[in-house]
Design a binder for this molecule. Sequence first.
Ligand code: 6R9
Length: 665
Amino acid sequence: MAWDTTDTLGKGDVVSNESLANLLKEDRRFAPPADLAAHANVTAEAYEQAKADRLGFWAAQARRLTWATEPTETLDWSNPPFAKWFKDGRLNVAYNCVDRHVEAGHGDRVAIHFEGEPGDSRAITYAELKDEVSRAANALTELGVSAGDRVAVYLPMIPEAVVAMLACARIGAAHSVVFGGFSADAIAARIKDADAKLVITADGGYRRGKPSALKPAVDEALSREGTQGVAKVLVVRRTEQDVAWTEGRDLWWHDVVGKQSPEHTPEAFEAEQPLFVLYTSGTTGKPKGILHTSGGYLTQASYTHHAVFDLKPETDVYWCTADIGWVTGHSYITYGPLSNGATQVIYEGTPDTPHQGRFWEIVQKYGVTILYTAPTAIRTFMKWGDDIPAKFDLSSLRVLGSVGEPINPEAWVWYRKHIGADKCPIVDTWWQTETGAMMISPLPGVTETKPGSAQRALPGVAATVVDDEANEVPDGGGGYLVLTEPWPSMLRTIWGDDQRFIDTYWSRFEGKYFAGDGAKKDDDGDIWLLGRVDDVMLVSGHNISTTEVESALVSHPSVAEAAVVGAADETTGQAIVAFVILRGTADADDAELAGQLRNHVGTALGPIAKPKRILPVAELPKTRSGKIMRRLLRDVAENRQLGDVTTLTDSSVMDLIQTKLPAAP
Ligand code: 6R9
């Protein structure tokens, strides 16, 4: 059932001229815990040091790494926007993530606690990881992969995914990880664009209690035009499903890697050696291959992981729930944590298999101290109910992180209260595939946090908000998020397309990096992210942020999740259409509730932000990294044929939404 209201701007509603970006008020504040602050890895001084000498600050952070040749030059910005960081330095990224910890006497420390979805588990120490990465590096070399080549990786969340990435890094080849679950088309497009020489995949992985095949998609991709460059396919055996086999091309990982020597001398490569190409899903057009290189990327991934999570490698147990196919998995499962010698949990499956308490059971089992997850997961846990986490011992937790979307203040507060025992600081980390590492985030021992705000650029990072004319907005103003100085882990280009790199990121505002996100500064100068600029709604001449309307809806006790879009409207230009998932007890046929929700938004944000239509749905379309795909909802709201659904986690969600809804008026 759908609720329609034709009086979006009913009589008596006064349209204020004040920018809507400033109407959502959030006054709750949370000071850092005193004990954490007293022993924090990073204190407020870091901001001062970085402000006084930004390049000196990053040069100092680069010394967290072990270099074969120490860099003498920090940044070469002589040909902007093409940056070179630490360009005369040489290092091996895999050596930094593995060998040096063994050499320092930590070979017995667990690097990875692997938890398979069916309940199998495996602990891998740094010494074992070194042997496995070395064997895999030897295998890649034997298969003809050399420095400068690209290797496509299409694996489930198993330790071999990390091993494969590090083996590539070890021999100077760039990996291109494709989400397990992307279609054959998506794999083929990425293999072709990156000109990959080898594919590493598995028979399958476990998802939602069942083995789910991966190899057939690779087989199909490799039958497509333009993928002939792939000479070999290395297949990890995970599920023991039957797989079709192409003799001469397909090889089992356990055969080829298993027989190699665990000795491998890591060669030092220059700091700008390509490390990986990761494709952003891209809402339109060809996906963009984001290129990251070695020294600068690892410096910032390592520093931010140390600073933002306050990681103590001897005692912490860290868990990032992201998939390795998302940049979060690259920087905060593989490179950041391992460069810091962390002990981490890797979980293969979904949060509700075999029961909705699986995440909390894992936290309890391994004594997880730092948890990094996404707002979409947090909202799902809220929907499942407070009683589920309450059944588990979560007292080991001390820092909670969020990434992927703006976190609604209600979800933030729930996360702190029900997962963090009302004491763990929450770090809401803003960054992108393109930025390579975190850019805007609280520091857990320093920042007084505000629910829903990523707050402040990290030390050494320069971020601000500008208006249409590129002028920095004053505190209290809203506009576009930009980065005003180069940073070590910045993308170097779009693979094979320098011009698109310039056009996409560096042309909107001269000399500044355009992130594509709307943002506002509050009266303290703290930054609030407002969603992608492409999603901003224009109602009666007012820009309205999707994030703020969604957060207002989620703050109503009957709403678990919300996604809003602007749909073409004759009178107002665009009208707000809200798709809502109701909480357990709320009734989707209760027409009165629609009026209440509209009024609730009106009270929180002002009458102009009241949704015109409110559509209760069972699910929302999301990408694998948990981002709501609003463009598909816009298609529904405007009665259009659906656009590309290939990057959805579950494309049947759209059928469900469409069949349940009456046609739009
Ligand atoms: C790391 C990652 C990037 C886009 C980004 C923004 C959104 C990510 C956020 C956030 C608000 C946060 N985003 N983190 N928005 N607050 N803490 O997600 O990379 O998949 O490339 O997406 O995600 O819109 O521009 P990626």
